[in-house]
Design a protein around this ligand. Structure first.
Ligand SMILES: Nc1ncnc2c1ncn2[C@@H]1O[C@H](COP(=O)(O)OP(=O)(O)OP(=O)(O)O)[C@@H](O)[C@H]1O
Length: 287
């Protein structure tokens, strides 16, 4: 099911398209299809892919990154089938931040770690340094360039991992479960990084189980189930649909569920939205 409008009210045709998913099928073993013919476009919107364990989310993002090859159909980047682009070339355009930063970080100096990717994709030393310093600033780690990443807490180490992908200047960044092992402040920092990336024109896609985080940051939500797309729309459209979410074994964000239980017809994604609504109502009564 494809909704026609984004939550900003923009028609989906007005968003800049970066990737096309065309009749995408994938099986690890013959006869056991994991993805059964996906068709949609990835555009500039921050996009969360949700679905129960085993729904095929990780498989899908591996296909986007060219780490797996479709058994049928295609993934296109900038109008080209990614089969015709080498994984190394694709790495310049599509970055992926792993769930556990310890799987990604191996240098013993933050700046060297962040510069590694840009240098590997052929950026000159000066450009790589400049991009890395910018990326560290974006994630709030300026001043930590000379530290050992393993002397930083897990939350900051995750930010180093994010910076090392941002520094490669990709057009698309895929996050795998960005909120795992993050405390409140870590989550807030990652939210602000995602918003900044969006404002700088980078498309952010995530696989995630944390619905409250999705409700706060992501514009578009795609629900995967049984090898297909069950629902694709704005966060508000998707989280309003309790029945479809139940079918996919997913929960609504806490505030959305609470307000629906209290009988509100409006859909609230987070406490901030609900408070703003109440304040406006209060003002209408007092004025
Ligand atoms: N390398 C593999 N070989 C064979 N089967 C696999 C492989 N990787 C995943 N699968 C199977 O493919 C299906 C989809 O897995 P996938 O990891 O893509 O789901 P997911 O939605 O990302 O799940 P989760 O939320 O648990 O990460 C599962 O049934 C899984 O067991």
């Amino acid at each position: 099911m494809e909704m026609s409008m984004g939550h900003s009210g923009k028609n989906i045709n007005e968003y800049r398209t970066l990737m096309q998913i065309k009749d995408l099928h994938f099986s690890y073993t013959e006869g056991e299809e994991i993805l059964k013919g996906l068709n949609f476009a990835i555009d500039e919107r921050t996009t969360a892919i949700i679905g129960q364990n085993g729904a095929g989310k990780t498989t899908f993002v591996k296909l986007l990154k060219g780490l797996l090859r479709p058994t049928e159909g295609a993934v296109e980047f900038d109008g080209k089938d990614i089969r015709d682009i080498t994984v190394a070339q694709l790495a310049r355009h599509i970055g992926m931040v792993f769930q556990n930063p310890n799987d990604q970080i191996f240098k013993n100096r933050v700046l060297d770690e962040v510069m590694f990717g840009p240098l590997k994709i052929g950026m000159g030393e000066a450009a790589a340094r400049e991009k890395s310093l910018e990326a560290l600033e974006l994630v709030g780690l300026s001043g930590h360039e000379d530290k050992n990443p393993y002397d930083l807490g897990l939350s900051s180490r995750k930010l180093v991992a994010i910076a090392s992908i941002v520094a490669m200047d990709p057009k698309v960044i895929i996050f795998d479960e960005p909120t795992i092992a993050q405390d409140y402040y870590g989550k807030e920092r990652i939210k602000s990084v995602i918003r900044k990336l969006r404002s700088e024109g980078v498309t952010v896609i995530t696989i995630i189980h944390d619905m409250d985080f999705v409700a706060d940051v992501f514009e578009r939500v795609i629900v995967f189930a049984k090898g297909g797309v069950l629902l694709d729309g704005s966060a508000k459209e998707v989280f309003a649909d309790e029945t479809i979410l139940k079918e996919a074994y997913l929960e609504q964000p806490n505030v959305t569920r609470l307000c629906q239980s209290l009988g509100y017809e409006e859909v609230f994604l987070n406490a901030g939205e609900f408070v703003a609504y109440q304040r406006e109502k209060q003002n209408l009564i007092t004025n």
